[in-house]
Each structure stands twice: as structure tokens, then as C-alpha cells.
Design a protein around this ligand. Structure first.
Ligand SMILES: *Cc1c(COP(=O)(O)O)cnc(C)c1O
Length: 392
């Protein structure tokens, strides 16, 4: 795209101008939805040489290109591939680097479906998995075996919010032919750049902040030059592609990502600080707070905060939790996050930890801070906690 040749553009400028070329679209500002299976070729020579930008719907359209170009530029990778969900981005990334007989190391804070994929499908394909303390840092060197080929990180983990020390982990496995994959859904490329810190592959649940409006499923994979051929190959062999309509929604969401993240970031920190001051709150799991054990890594590696964090209350019967959650007026009860609207979810760690025991039995509650009036959100949580306390 013509605008991609300028250097040192601000992230906000990349988000608003990359991945679209009105000159190629009759002046239309946003790249329209290209619904396509067949793409016609003018002659046999072109068909055989693939000497035109697009060949077949699954292999890419201007709609998919419009998102790939933005993400690749933001993450600083060799290229990006799109998938129909965040989970398929994780599975495709893992399959692009793992073969039968290999071992995968997974951060114990990783998102539950990642664990299920490892223990179910990957195990069946002959890949073994071990989990490690998210705070292991350079200590990962002691876990590396001769078959270790990949390390899966999620920083922060999206339930308990420990940070992985990517530079330390990357330095510790240097020279071992191990690929480091990072789920960067929380920080987004706006605030966190895993490839620059030593990772090889970055995945996103674009479903969350990129789409930003809770109305599409989407995933992206971006990698360095060395990993690109295998990623292209695996993504193609698995037959993955994202729907042009969802590409359009992701591209549209990205245009306002910087603005939305700035609001989400400020509000989630403000809410976390307020919660930290309440007697009944046992801990606030938010890496932007100075009280968080990984705050030093946060200030070193992140330039802003995600919308999502957890806090905990003293363990109480389920009816206390129901009293709180069922009557929330603004926080919706539901999976996912990253939309304009606030969400609340109880966290159950029993199916989510294996190498490290969580140090207490408090009731963890995860919240996504949306774009409603901040005082309205604060009052909603305050009333919810009062209901919890009344039944506890
Ligand atoms: C939601 C989520 C995913 C999975 O994304 P889907 O689009 O729901 O498949 C992966 N990683 C993290 C951190 C998530 O929050």
C-alpha cells in the first residue's frame, strides 16, 4: 500500500491509514467486503504463474489483506495470517512449529482452551506438554529438554494476570531451536511488542480488542522471518481463512483501537486502584498496580494497560456470588471481552493450574471495563460487593 513506505509513523497513523488504498477502491475510504471464492485469471499463463495479487478466496482477498497489513506493521513481523477465531490462531501457530515427538512448554497462566488443545489434540498427535510457573523467567533453562521445540506464553495470563518475562525466557533458550509463541490479546500491539522482546510468533484473539464491539470472531498470527514459510504452509494446509465480513469488522475496529485502548487502559487502572482501597477486597490482580508482583516487568515491557483484570473477595457460598453477579445493572455476565460494554465473570482456577498452586482460596472475579460512564460502573460494582457482603 502506498502509505506503508513512510517511516516512523505513529501507531495512531498506522491504525488509521494502513491496510487501505482508496485509489484502488474508486475513492471509497474503507476497503469494502470482497466476498469471493473464485478469482478469475485473464489467461492460462496467469493461472499457471499466479502472477496476479489474488487467486482464490481462501488464499486471500483485499478484505483479508486490509487487516494483515495493519497487524504486520504494528507487530513488526514478516507477515500475518488470519483465522476464524483466536483459538484457531493459537492452534495454527502451535501446529506450524510442532511435530510428533516434540515437547511443548506452556505457561501455567495460559487460557484454558490452550491447555485443552495441548492435552487433547496435540497429545494425540504425539506432542507432549509440560507447564511452568508463569514467573519462571530465565529459570526456564532448567526445563528445556532435547525435544523441547516450543514455548507458549500468555502475558498477562487472562485470568490471574501474571506477566511472563519474555526477554529472560528468550535469552535462556537462545540457540536451542525453540519457538516462542505469545498470546498478545491483552496488551494489543499498541502497548506490548512480543517480537521486539524476543518472541517468534504473536497471536491475537481479534475477537476482543481489534473487533472491539462484541460482534465477530477473529484471529491473527504474525511471525518473524524464520517462522514465516512454515506458518504460510500450515495455515494453507489447514484450510484456514477468516470471513470477508469479519475481516471488514476487524479492519473497521482497528481504526479506533488507539482511542478505545486509551480509555480502557485509564479506566481499568482507575477501577483497580479504587478496588484496592476497599477492605473486603483481598487482592487486585492488575499488573499496572505497583502492588502487583510483576509491576517491574510491566513498566519495563508495556506502554499501557489492557481493559481486563481480576480482584478477589473472601470465599463465600455460591449464593453470595449470585447475589452480586445476578443483579449487576451494567456489567454483563458472559465470556469474551474487549467490547465497548463491561463484563463480569467468576474465575475458577481448579481446571486452570497444574504446575503452580494458587496461594489462597479467595473468590476471584474478572472484569472487563467498558466505555460506560466510569462512576456508573464504580457504583455498580460497589452495590454488587455490598450484596455479596450481605450474604457472605
Ligand atoms: C478469547 C481469547 C482467546 C480465544 O479467542 P476466540 O476468538 O474466542 O477463539 C485466546 N486468548 C485469549 C487471551 C483470549 O482472551
Amino acid at each position: 500500500m502506498s502509505k506503508s513506505n513512510k517511516h516512523n509513523l505513529a501507531i495512531e497513523t498506522i491504525l488509521t491509514h494502513h491496510g487501505r488504498d482508496p485509489g484502488e477502491q474508486f475513492g471509497v475510504v474503507n476497503t469494502p467486503v470482497y466476498r469471493a471464492s473464485t478469482v478469475l485469471h485473464p489467461d492460462l499463463e496467469t493461472l499457471l504463474t499466479h502472477n496476479q495479487p489474488y487467486h482464490y478466496g481462501r488464499r486471500g482477498t483485499p478484505s483479508s489483506r486490509s487487516v494483515e497489513d495493519v497487524i504486520t506493521k504494528l507487530e513488526g513481523g514478516e507477515g500475518s495470517k488470519l483465522t476464524p477465531s483466536g483459538l484457531s490462531a493459537i492452534s495454527c501457530a502451535l501446529m506450524s512449529v510442532l511435530s510428533s515427538g516434540d515437547e511443548l512448554l506452556v505457561s501455567d497462566s495460559a487460557y484454558e482452551p490452550t491447555r485443552k488443545l495441548a492435552e487433547g489434540y496435540l497429545a494425540r498427535m504425539g506432542v507432549s506438554t509440560r507447564y511452568f510457573d508463569p514467573r519462571i523467567g530465565g529459570g526456564i533453562a532448567d526445563m528445556v529438554g532435547k525435544n523441547t521445540r516450543a514455548i507458549m506464553l500468555e502475558s498477562p495470563g487472562s485470568l490471574t494476570f501474571e506477566l511472563n518475562d519474555i526477554p529472560a525466557i528468550s535469552a535462556a533458550v537462545q540457540g536451542h531451536n525453540i519457538s516462542i509463541i505469545v498470546d498478545n490479546t491483552w496488551g494489543t500491539p499498541l502497548y506490548y511488542n512480543p517480537l521486539a522482546l524476543g518472541a517468534n510468533i504473536v497471536v491475537h484473539a481479534g475477537t476482543k480488542m481489534f473487533v472491539g464491539h462484541s460482534d465477530a470472531m477473529f484471529g491473527t498470527i504474525t511471525c518473524d522471518e524464520a517462522h514465516w514459510p512454515a506458518l504460510v504452509d500450515t495455515h494453507g494446509l489447514l484450510g484456514l481463512c477468516a470471513s470477508p465480513d469479519d475481516c471488514f469488522l476487524a479492519a473497521r475496529g482497528l481504526r479506533t483501537l488507539a482511542l478505545r485502548m486509551k480509555e480502557h487502559s485509564a479506566r481499568s487502572i482507575k477501577m483497580a486502584q479504587w478496588l484496592e482501597g476497599l477492605d473486603i477486597v483481598q487482592e487486585v490482580l492488575h499488573p499496572a498496580l505497583p502492588s502487583h508482583p510483576d509491576h517491574k516487568i510491566f513498566t519495563r515491557d508495556f506502554s499501557g494497560s489492557g481493559s481486563l483484570f481480576s480482584f478477589s473477595l473472601p470465599r463465600a457460598p455460591q449464593k453470595a456470588l449470585a447475589a452480586m453477579i445476578d443483579k449487576m445493572e451494567l456489567f454483563g455476565i458472559g465470556y469474551s471481552w474487549g467490547g465497548f460494554e463491561s463484563l463480569i465473570l467468576p474465575v475458577n482456577l481448579s481446571s486452570n493450574r497444574s504446575s503452580t498452586a494458587w496461594p489462597n482460596d479467595n473468590q476471584i472475579i474478572r472484569i472487563h471495563i467498558g466505555l460506560e460512564g466510569f462512576e456508573d460502573l464504580r457504583a455498580d460494582i460497589e452495590a454488587g460487593i455490598a450484596r455479596y457482603r450481605a450474604v457472605m
